[in-house]
Design a protein around this ligand. Structure first.
Ligand SMILES: [Zn+2]
Length: 245
């Protein structure tokens, strides 16, 4: 694995970060990420993963862009309404960085297809807006030892935690019971944008090995009051998903 002179120039500013360097950039180039859900979180998260130079990425979303997505789903322009999100995202992200191998999967994640859809990746970014799918992904990541970066938003509020199977709590440890599903979550576009950039930051940290990931901690962001709080979240050793890891 080597970096071309164009790559060295493209990534120069981030390679200046302490502990990153050429080695960190090579680790990113050899890594693969999955972004599951190409919405308010998945659009900006995948933009930053593309910009940072992750080697390969799989984008999963079953849906098509709608007019009411435009306030937050930053890979959707007016002309894209009615097109499959994963396909539009792949096209735009490849135009941003042609070094990245991007796979678009138009599918809804189920227990039966999760292995085939996500596959063997180094990190999964949660771009979901429902808990049912999140818990399927959580279980997949826990049993395959894949870091899973969860985020969720509502209105001007958001939360994020990084799940490292066996090292900290999984989503089921934190939420033993399914939180209620909301059909239409109110949301200001800037909220998922902010959480998604933290998700991309966590992914880059995990892959390059710099910093301290948000494992065993949940960051709650209250944009209404501009209050940010990190709360400790613990493993449940009887967790049906990760208790025996
Ligand atoms: Zn667990």
């Amino acid at each position: 694995m080597s970096l071309s002179s164009a790559e060295l120039e493209r990534y120069e500013r981030q390679m200046l970060i302490s502990g990153w360097g050429v080695e960190g950039q090579k680790k990113l180039k050899s890594a693969k990420a999955a972004v599951v859900g190409i919405g308010g979180l998945g659009c900006p998260a995948s933009i930053y993963l593309t910009a940072v130079g992750i080697g390969r990425m799989v984008l999963v979303d079953k849906g098509k862009f709608k007019l009411d997505n435009l306030n937050r789903q930053t890979l959707c322009w007016q002309k894209d309404v009615g097109k499959f999100k994963a396909d539009v995202a792949k096209e735009k992200l490849e135009a941003l960085n042609s070094e990245i191998e991007i796979e678009a999967v138009v599918a809804e994640i189920t227990k039966d297809n999760v292995y085939n859809v996500i596959g063997d990746v180094d990190v999964v970014v949660d771009g979901q807006d429902n808990w049912k799918t999140r818990f399927i992904i959580n279980e997949y990541c826990a049993t395959h030892n894949i870091p899973f970066i969860h985020a969720g938003v509502s209105a001007l509020h958001g939360q994020i935690t990084t799940i490292m199977p066996g090292k900290g709590p999984c989503l089921r440890c934190i939420f033993p019971k399914d939180p209620p599903e909301v059909e239409k979550i109110p949301v200001l576009g800037a909220t998922p944008a902010f959480l998604a950039s933290l998700q991309a930051m966590e992914a880059a940290k995990i892959i390059t090995g710099i910093g301290k990931p948000l494992v065993g901690r949940m960051l709650f962001a209250n944009g209404e009051e501009m209050v940010f709080e990190t709360v400790e979240v613990k493993r449940n050793m009887d967790c049906p998903v990760c208790g025996n890891l």
